[in-house]
Design a protein around this ligand. Sequence first.
Ligand SMILES: NC(=O)c1ccc[n+]([C@@H]2O[C@H](COP(=O)([O-])OP(=O)(O)OC[C@H]3O[C@@H](n4cnc5c(N)ncnc54)[C@H](OP(=O)(O)O)[C@@H]3O)[C@@H](O)[C@H]2O)c1
Length: 246
Amino acid sequence: MAGSPTPDRVLVAGASGATGEELLSVLRPTDLSVRATTRSYASVDALERHGADEVVIADFFESADAIAAVEGCDIVYCALGSPPSLRHLTGGKLVDRTGVINLITAAIAADVSYFVLQSAIGVGNSKGGLSLPARLLIRGALRAKRDAETALRHSGLGYTIVRPGKLTDRPPSGEVVVGEGGDSVSGSIPRADVARVMAASPFTPDARNRTVEVVSRNGLSSTPNNRVDIDWADDLLAAGHEHNRV
Ligand SMILES: NC(=O)c1ccc[n+]([C@@H]2O[C@H](COP(=O)([O-])OP(=O)(O)OC[C@H]3O[C@@H](n4cnc5c(N)ncnc54)[C@H](OP(=O)(O)O)[C@@H]3O)[C@@H](O)[C@H]2O)c1
């Protein structure tokens, strides 16, 4: 975070999810203090085992929960997503819109310096990266994510929007292909790679206020367009965030 004081505490919203857990693993070796969220008391022990320093029970449909979750945090990593339901198709009340926007609103009020949002290839101008049948099947969720992306871009917060392709639970490939501008890359990517990119974003000056599409090199399903080269600060992150003071 060029020019910002060194962050101390970060929030992982949706830490109990599959990408959230990967984020906890990436952040664990750093000296950042990690606050994790879940709606379920039953997940607290597991989150602590995965490296959370603190666990907050929060339902982001409730703005009061969002306010309490971000309090005292410098960075928000948002890996929220709706559980499978018909609303992916029909839209309506989805955490991808309502919950994320509650979190963005709370982050603005709490003077958070940076917000990293996990979105998806298929959202907004990246619709060409997702097949038409898939797009139709989850069109409600794609619209919700588009609205959340727009809210973040207009928030005044420093941000990176990371749009991954199809998520897998494979080990990290370490070879992420990044595109920008929507019509760029398509395919799949391990959640562990997404977590590394997300974790590094606030410490990567090149990633500031950008929306990027990401897939792994071996997950590419078509020839990439509009590739961008971003020198992710992931090694600095692993070595401890104090090295990244600017
Ligand atoms: N599946 C794909 O191929 C794909 C591709 C691209 C992008 N994405 C997007 O990537 C993101 C992460 O996906 P994932 O599969 O890794 O996540 P996931 O396992 O589905 O986890 C979702 C997380 O969101 C939390 N959550 C849901 N509703 C909530 C609410 N009302 N309040 C607070 N927390 C809530 C869950 O917490 P609790 O249940 O513990 O409360 C959980 O931690 C999602 O936005 C997804 O749409 C998915």
